[in-house]
Design a protein around this ligand. Structure first.
Ligand SMILES: [Zn+2]
Length: 135
């Protein structure tokens, strides 16, 4: 009987089935309560306005490729900033007048993953000069 009611909500019930449903609901308190609850929820759902998204949904494609290139560029900029900062810090920590030996060792010690950072920089510069090969 609940399948009948579900169909009735969707407007898919034949006249005969609708009559059977009405007759049953008139005699069965349990189904009537179910019918009222379900009808209420269904009406509420249909009346609720669609939620407006604040963030647009972008289908992956050309735009994603552009976003990835921007990420690579941002990563390269971050690495460049880190390297520049380490150089500045090592200059501050080791003024030109003192510690000549430790000064020459300092820059490489500050780069924790020099190979990785070099590869990132190379990839970033490739992305800039050959955009079609970057992805
Ligand atoms: Zn019933």
């Amino acid at each position: 009987m609940r399948e009948l009611f579900s169909a009735a909500l969707d407007g898919e019930l034949s006249e005969l089935d609708q009559a059977r449903l009405d007759a049953h609901l008139a005699a069965c308190a349990g189904c009537l309560a179910y019918a009222e609850t379900t009808a209420g929820a269904s009406t509420l759902l249909r009346q609720t306005p669609l939620e407006e998204l604040t963030v647009p949904i972008v289908v992956p494609g050309r735009r994603l490729a552009v976003a990835r290139k921007l990420q690579v560029a941002a990563a390269a900029a971050a690495v460049a900033a880190t390297v520049g900062l380490s150089a500045a810090v090592s200059t501050i920590e080791h003024p030109a007048s003192s510690h000549a030996a430790s000064r020459s060792a300092a820059p490489s010690a500050k780069l924790r993953f020099p190979d990785q950072e070099l590869r990132m920089l190379q990839r970033a510069s490739q992305a800039r000069s050959h955009p079609h090969l970057a992805l």
